[in-house]
Design a protein around this ligand. Sequence first.
Ligand SMILES: [Fe+2]
Length: 278
Amino acid sequence: MNELYLQALKKWSDDVKKTIQMEDLPEETINTWGNWDEEIQASLENGVEQEQLIKLHQQGEELQRHLSDSSKELIRADYANHVLPPLPYAYDALEPYISEEIMRLHHLVHHQAYVNGLNKAEEEIYYRNHEPDMLRHWLREQAFNGSGHLLHSVFWKNMTPYSSKVPSKQIEQWINRDFGSFAHFKEGFTNVAKSVQGPGWAALLYDPVNHRLVIESIEKHQQNHLVSMIPLLVLDMWEHAYYLQYKTEKADYVEAWWNIVDWEDVNNRLLRAMNIRD
Ligand SMILES: [Fe+2]
């Protein structure tokens, strides 16, 4: 299982390497990425423990953030080239709370479909000319698939096999300040998740206008524009996210999910979001 995951990381690293070669980046930055790439190669040859695998993934994320900061002025925004991000853990890592079968289908089939749909929509919107009727269709496709891609990308990172089960640091303080207590927030978020009719999400968001936390459901995301709220913690309530394992027991799925929330990730998202003020 870890080997499959390492191969996905290696592919990610190779893709980034191709981009790096086309840019004029400082040698030190290129070398740092090279060292990380070598570490993956070594892990592929010698094997690696799950915990070390997660660390490797986190290092890759950090490096990529650093790379995109260094290259901000060098490359223009590009469209229609989104790729499926690898999961930050193996497909069976969240068991027994979420089964390997669900994770595999959810990531490889459903999320991939959003990525493909977004690339297609962007190609039509940014690289072709359309009459208003057709343009409206592709804009809806962009909203639907773009929101799906973003929400799933956050959702994967919001989970971990090593959950602390309760929030800490700033996110704990903010939850206590805005909702009174973690128990009160958990109850509110759970109720929102259970209230979702059909496909949709429950979400904890950062509101940069009022500088506070907000809980909401995101239904019919092709009609919702995530304009000013920044997702910190999201829970996929589409049937594909739980049905194979939990059938119609939506509440059991939500209850199990609380055991795998990555509060460290939620806290880091809050710290980054707090810099954005209207
Ligand atoms: Fe999903």
